[in-house]
Structures are given as structure tokens and as C-alpha cells.
Design a binder for this molecule. Structure first.
Ligand SMILES: NC(=O)c1ccc[n+]([C@@H]2O[C@H](COP(=O)([O-])OP(=O)(O)OC[C@H]3O[C@@H](n4cnc5c(N)ncnc54)[C@H](OP(=O)(O)O)[C@@H]3O)[C@@H](O)[C@H]2O)c1
Length: 362
């Protein structure tokens, strides 16, 4: 654990005096409460982390540990990923089984917070309802019984316009969390770097950059793994993030797929070359698979994955203005310092490698 002296406002994202207030030093009872009377947790805290083997979970684990929190990871028996650091306690838990969550996970011990980066690795409806909804409902119930005071949930900005099964599953759990009697922070990030970097290798090999239509149908404010991890960890101490749904993007202006391609060619010192894929082609695939799935239900998962692809080809990862039903870059908050183009530079130089995992449709 970090010593009191080493834990500064810089790390928490709070002014230093505020951070000190939450360090668990001698404080009168009333100073341990925020203006709206929410209890302020002592910092560092004991955290149960879900999804620590995934992309954002690994970054969040590193950040929580660096900040001195005591982290216990609940993971399934055969993880698809790997932990980012040595040191945290790992408990093997079946998230589909409330008894396992209580006995193998919480074990009747005190935890201050749950931070969940757990999500279906495929986004297919059945798995999404099992993981993004049911497993989370199970953990929430056990967490409440264990007296956990705060639940930080990694969700996704796209649930603001739910057209897909996994989005409804996420929304159903968000609603359960909001209704529960504990403090929540629901973080809805924009697009991750890994989801916007799938073409770097093919372009390096001399191929054109593929865009749907003219490459300007959508835009997003990409957020890096570490910047998102910082944002999630800051939710523990920053009471402005308590009991809120928090859309969040990375630094800088919103960028379109065409701008991503142009930046990549510029980094490679090459003239931009695009291949324009008509949306009608994607519509054809979605239509054909959906029709086939009505005859052969085994194809319904493939049809949903095609619908997911179409969603991301046509919907921006920005805040949706409910009045105009238009995406609004200016209304999309930003955090962090790392840009997608910094990441492209590191990929081009070979200083980092792309990790996409099974979640390739996202
Ligand atoms: N990609 C994007 O651009 C983007 C943008 C915004 C929001 N998001 C959202 O961010 C979230 C996390 O994304 P990510 O890329 O970090 O995910 P990821 O790399 O696929 O990691 C998923 C994590 O959940 C765990 N998990 C999955 N099923 C489980 C189960 N049945 N029991 C226990 N653990 C299970 C995985 O464990 P194993 O290692 O055992 O599989 C892994 O640790 C998702 O909700 C996604 O919708 C993504």
C-alpha cells in the first residue's frame, strides 16, 4: 500500500487537500461526508476487481495497484487473458453462480468497492445476457450483502442508442445498479484504441485503408487503456463521479475513419489510398444472415455480429443529443493525454503491438 505521504491529489485527480481528506487520517465524523451527505470512502480502499484479464481490466489493475489500493481479482477458472502485474490476490469464481461469488469471492470479508471491467468477450446476445447482465446482477447482490459501498461499472457509450442485444443487457444491469442501495459510477467510454487500429498492419503492407461510404459517416473521441483506467480509478475518490452515468472520451477533437486513415498514411510517409465500401454491401450481409437465421437459428449469432458491425459503421461514439437525436462532439467530455495517433506511431515503429482478443467486433 502507498504510504499516506506518497498518495497525492495528482494521483487521485482531486486537489491535494481533498485527497488528504479522504486518506483515512484522523477526521471528524462530519468531514467524512460530502455535501450531499454521501459517505466518503477512505482511500486507499479494498477493491474487488472483475475483468482483470481483459484489455481495460489489466490497465485498471495496474493503476489501482500503483495507487496503493488493495486489489482482489475475481476471475473465472480459464481466463482468456492474462493479468498485467504480479501481486494481487486472484480468486477463482463462477460469476454465474451466486454461491460461488459469496463463498469463493467475497468470503464474508470487508470490501469497500467493486470495480467491474467484466464484459462478454463476443458481444453475442446469449453471452452478453449471461455476463453483462446476469453475472453482474449476481455480483451486485453479493456485494450488497457484503456491505460494499461503491460499484464502479465500465459500460459503453453506445448503450445510449440501444439497437443490439448486448446493449440491452448492459442497460438492464445499469438500471439494476442505479436502483440498488449503494453508490454507483457508470462509466460509458467512447472507442478504444484497439478497436480503431485493426487496419494498421494491412496499410503497412501496402494495402488501402477501408472506409464505409466516404469515411465520414461517424466520428469518435478515442480513449487509451491507461487514460480510461485512470478515469475509473478516480471514480473511487471523486464524489463528482458518484451516482452519475459518465460518458467519457479521450483528448482532442473527434475524428472520423477518413481522418484515421489520413493520419496513418502521413505517419508512414505515404500518399493516402482509400477503398470505399458501400453501406449497401453491409446491409446485404445483415439482411441475408438475418433471413437465413430465421430458417436456421444456428446462424442468429452470426447475424447479430453483422448487425454489430453495421452499428459501428454508422453510429458515432459520441454523446447523443436527446433533443436533436444528433451526435455531439462538443458535449462529449474528454480525459487523459494519449491520442490515437500517438498509438498509431508506436504501432508503426513497432514499439507496441495490437491486442484485440476475442472482442474483435468491438
Ligand atoms: N472496444 C471498444 O471500443 C469499447 C468502447 C467502449 C466500451 N467498451 C466496453 O468495454 C468493456 C470491456 O472491454 P474490454 O475490451 O476491456 O474487454 P475484454 O478485453 O474482452 O475483457 C473482458 C473481461 O471480462 C471477463 N469475462 C468475460 N466473460 C466472463 C465470465 N463469464 N466470467 C468471468 N469473467 C468474464 C474476461 O475474462 P477472461 O479473460 O476469462 O475471458 C475479461 O477479463 C466492454 O463492456 C465493452 O462493451 C468497449
Amino acid at each position: 500500500m502507498a504510504s499516506d505521504g506518497g498518495f497525492t491529489g495528482l494521483e487521485t485527480g482531486l486537489p491535494a487537500c481533498d485527497a488528504e481528506m479522504s486518506l483515512g487520517r484522523e477526521q471528524p465524523e462530519q468531514e467524512n461526508m460530502t455535501a450531499d451527505r454521501l459517505p466518503r470512502p477512505r482511500i486507499p480502499v479494498r477493491v474487488c476487481l472483475l475483468g482483470a484479464t481483459g484489455t481495460i481490466g489489466r490497465a485498471t489493475l495496474r493503476t489501482l495497484m500503483r495507487r496503493g489500493h488493495e486489489v482482489v481479482c475475481f476471475a473465472r477458472r480459464r481466463p482468456g487473458g492474462a493479468l498485467a502485474v504480479d501481486g494481487p490476490e486472484i480468486r477463482l469464481v463462477d460469476m454465474g453462480d451466486p454461491v460461488s461469488i459469496a463463498l469463493d469471492g467475497f468470503r464474508g470479508e470487508r470490501f469497500d468497492a467493486v470495480v467491474s471491467c467484466m464484459a462478454s468477450r463476443t458481444g453475442a446476445p446469449r453471452d452478453a445476457w449471461a455476463v453483462d447482465h446476469r453475472a453482474h446482477v449476481n455480483v451486485l447482490a453479493a456485494a450488497q450483502r457484503a456491505g460494499v459501498g461503491h460499484f464502479v461499472l465500465l459500460s459503453a457509450i453506445c448503450v445510449q442508442k440501444p439497437l443490439l442485444g448486448f446493449q440491452h443487457a448492459k442497460l438492464a444491469f445499469e438500471a439494476a445498479l442505479i436502483a440498488a442501495d449503494l453508490t454507483y459510477s457508470i462509466v460509458r467510454p467512447t472507442a478504444f484504441f484497439k478497436s480503431l487500429s485493426g487496419q494498421v498492419e494491412r496499410v503497412k503492407r501496402g494495402k488501402p485503408f477501408l472506409v464505409f461510404h466516404d469515411g465520414t459517416l461517424t466520428a469518435c473521441k478515442p480513449i487509451s487503456n491507461d487514460d480510461l483506467a485512470d478515469y475509473l480509478a478516480d471514480c473511487l475518490a471523486d464524489d463528482r463521479r458518484w451516482n452519475h452515468v459518465l460518458p467519457i472520451g479521450g483528448p482532442g477533437e473527434a475524428i472520423t475513419p477518413r481522418q484515421q486513415g489520413e493520419a496513418l498514411f502521413a505517419l508512414l510517409g505515404r500518399k493516402p489510398r482509400f477503398r470505399h465500401v458501400p453501406l449497401a454491401l453491409l446491409d446485404g450481409v445483415v439482411g441475408a444472415l438475418s433471413a437465413a437465421a430465421r430458417l436456421a437459428p444456428s446462424l442468429s449469432e452470426k447475424a447479430e455480429l453483422a448487425r454489430i458491425g453495421r452499428y459501428y459503421a454508422t453510429e458515432s461514439m459520441l454523446v447523443l443529443n436527446p433533443a436533436t437525436r444528433r451526435y455531439d462532439a462538443a458535449a462529449t467530455p474528454s480525459t487523459g493525454t494519449e491520442t490515437l495517433f500517438d498509438f498509431y506511431q508506436r504501432l508503426v515503429d513497432g514499439r507496441t503491438a495490437l491486442e484485440r482478443g476475442d472482442h474483435a467486433v468491438f
